[in-house]
Design a protein around this ligand. Structure first.
Ligand code: KIV
Length: 302
């Protein structure tokens, strides 16, 4: 069984006082993280976790090999985010990412995993025209790439799209707060500050839930607003820069693992220093090659 980090030991952490009747979340056989299940996770499993008060982790992934590492580590939900624009494809925003990028990399992530629910982003310009366009592109991700759900940005403004996809049997994760596809109008700053903005965010969150979204990502919003939304929705709320009280937390994997070049957002926590590790490995290889220390007899065929 996967080793539990201290924060997930049964009976500790904020999830312990959320539910008085259920078994401690991580102790439950159906726990999303460190549970005993081996089949592919579905949106119904996420609903069960919300009922139990179980917190869970989500990471982005953009290729089969990295996704397989996270799957083996027990991460229950992987997002093929359009953050691939910055984190994988060398763009400076998510806007240039196309459906061809998304379909190809989502298929790779699905192939690299056995248990995680794979959610793929509908890219900028792939659903804003309306429900028919959204359905065409979401269907492509489900049929061609094999993902279990799609994510799109917006609450009330994306209602018709959400309703149409859900009706067609495609689970939808909504994304509110800082929505990076709109950075040209919103900028990169905290959303939902002040009573009016907070009320609008809460309205949007409820609208997404009513339209049938199975989960909601809240990005860069005040912790108090995220906590209120999490309490008032029956679907799981996944935070990124939204404080500690959401049902789940998501990070961009390259930020989380220290591969990203330069400054990362303050809400990110870095759990490894992959940039240094990979750089050291590359320098060691180069030193061996120029010093004729590699290949040796052990690496050589005769
Ligand atoms: O594209 C992405 O990685 C995302 C997360 C930041 C939630 O949307």
């Amino acid at each position: 069984m996967t080793q539990l980090p201290a924060a997930q030991q049964p009976g500790t952490g904020p999830e312990a006082d959320r539910s008085t009747t259920a078994a401690p979340a991580a102790d439950h056989p159906k726990a999303l993280y460190a549970g005993t299940g081996t089949r592919r996770i579905t949106v119904r499993d996420l609903a069960g976790a919300k009922e139990r008060g179980e917190k869970w982790p989500m990471l982005t992934a953009y290729d089969a090999m990295t996704a397989s590492v996270f799957d083996e580590a027990g991460i229950p939900v992987l997002l093929v985010g359009d953050s691939m624009g910055n984190a994988h494809l060398g763009y400076d925003s998510t806007v240039p990412v196309t459906m061809d990028h998304m379909a190809m990399l989502s298929a790779a992530v699905v192939r690299g995993t056995r248990r995680a629910l794979i959610v793929a982003d509908l890219t900028f310009g792939s659903y804003q025209e309306g429900p028919v366009q959204a359905l065409r592109n979401a269907t492509r991700l489900v049929k061609e790439a094999g993902v279990g759900a799609v994510k799109l940005e917006g609450g009330e403004r994306s209602l018709a799209q959400t309703e149409t996809l859900v009706e067609a049997g495609i689970p939808v994760m909504a994304h509110l707060g800082l929505t990076p596809q709109s950075f040209n109008t919103l900028g990169y700053r905290v959303q939902g500050r002040g009573d009016e903005a907070a009320d609008r965010l809460i309205r949007d969150a409820k609208a997404a839930q009513n339209a049938g979204a199975f989960a909601l990502v809240l990005e860069l919003v005040p912790a108090e607003v995220a906590a209120e939304i999490t309490r008032s929705l029956h679907i799981p709320v996944i935070g990124i820069g939204a404080g500690p009280d959401t049902d789940a937390q998501v990070l961009v994997w390259t930020d989380m693992a220290g591969l990203t070049e330069g400054k990362v957002p303050r809400f990110t926590k870095q759990y490894a220093d992959l940039r240094r590790t990979l750089g050291d490995a590359a320098r060691a290889f180069a030193t061996d090659v120029i010093g004729a220390a590699f290949p040796t007899e052990a690496h050589t065929f005769h």
